[in-house]
Design a binder for this molecule. Structure first.
Ligand SMILES: [Zn+2]
Length: 299
């Protein structure tokens, strides 16, 4: 009997074309769903419909959509566990799985978005203690407020805390430039010239842009005092030239529990903050697209 080539056309492991065949089914234990299995004749590996999905090897699949929405609507991990009557680890495991997929999805978003105009800035938070601050460089498309790119890096503490921090935790090196570069590099993959950048007047931005891009324009606006209702991100007076960016930042602060002001829920591990930010970016962009707030687009 002639073997049929799979509709995917491409092996998801070795990326070879036309080498994948269907190889039976299995019944997924957790929800009794029948899953198609595949086999690649080139790399001789088996995989299935679910191998590369966001919920691979998760059992309580009925929780996925709710956990996703709660993460992105300002509920803490413990809060989610209490609301849904599940363990906190059940939530943490999901955050990791979704995070990796959401990161891939943001890559896809950059591929399709119009990158001719980019606003970028940094948000600040900390891990564990205010003596260990973090910076979150992020870029936004000003036309539709979609989040385009982000990263997280360590920075040394502010003046008042320098002495205490040094005594308690030792020297903390700044990853500021490295991480801003990393964030802008994600954009450079898809467009490296004719971009209109806008940011505040931080001194390191012009040099970094010069290093990374060939033809570009950079507008630097003077920073303004934040207003209280906008989580300190929305600015107090008059028209804000970086409104699209500051509005997205205010939304992140409001919707990501650990970033909201005066909260108990602080970041303990940087990679978890990163995962949650990527998940939120996915959610944020779905809301702007008016798409259904489901995880299924992550596959
Ligand atoms: Zn293969």
């Amino acid at each position: 009997m002639k073997e049929r080539v799979d509709v995917l056309g491409e092996c998801l492991i070795c990326k070879a074309r036309g080498t994948v065949i269907r190889r039976g089914f299995f019944e997924r234990k957790s929800d009794r769903k029948i899953i198609q299995k595949y086999y690649c004749k080139k790399c001789r590996k088996f995989f299935s419909q679910q191998t590369f999905s966001y919920d691979y090897r998760l059992r309580k699949r009925y929780l996925n959509q709710t956990v996703f929405k709660l993460i992105c609507k300002g509920v803490s991990q413990r809060g989610i566990a209490q609301i849904l009557n599940i363990k906190q680890t059940t939530v943490a495991v999901r955050i990791k799985k979704y995070g990796f997929k959401a990161r891939e999805h943001l890559e896809k978003t950059r591929r399709t978005e119009d990158l001719s105009e980019v606003f970028f800035d940094e948000m600040e938070t900390f891990e564990h203690s205010k003596c260990k601050p973090l910076t979150i460089p992020l870029a936004v498309n000003p036309k539709n407020r979609k989040i385009l790119s982000l990263s997280v890096g360590k920075i040394p503490p502010k003046k008042k805390l320098t002495a205490i921090a040094l005594k308690k935790y030792g020297i903390r090196k700044s990853e500021k430039k490295k991480k801003i570069k990393e964030m802008l590099m994600y954009i450079r993959r898809y467009r490296d010239k004719n971009i209109l950048f806008s940011s505040d007047q931080a001194t390191c931005y012009p040099n970094i842009l010069k290093e990374l891009f060939s033809k570009y324009e950079h507008f630097a606006f003077k920073g303004k005092r934040g207003c209280i209702v906008g989580q300190g991100e929305l600015k107090a007076s008059g028209r804000d030239p970086l409104f699209a960016l500051n509005h997205s930042c205010a939304m992140i602060r409001d919707n990501v529990k650990r970033l909201s002001r005066r909260t108990w829920c602080t970041t303990k591990r940087i990679h978890m903050l990163e995962h949650i930010l990527y998940i939120y970016a996915y959610f944020h962009n779905l809301v702007i697209d008016k798409a259904p707030l489901l995880m299924k687009n992550l596959i």
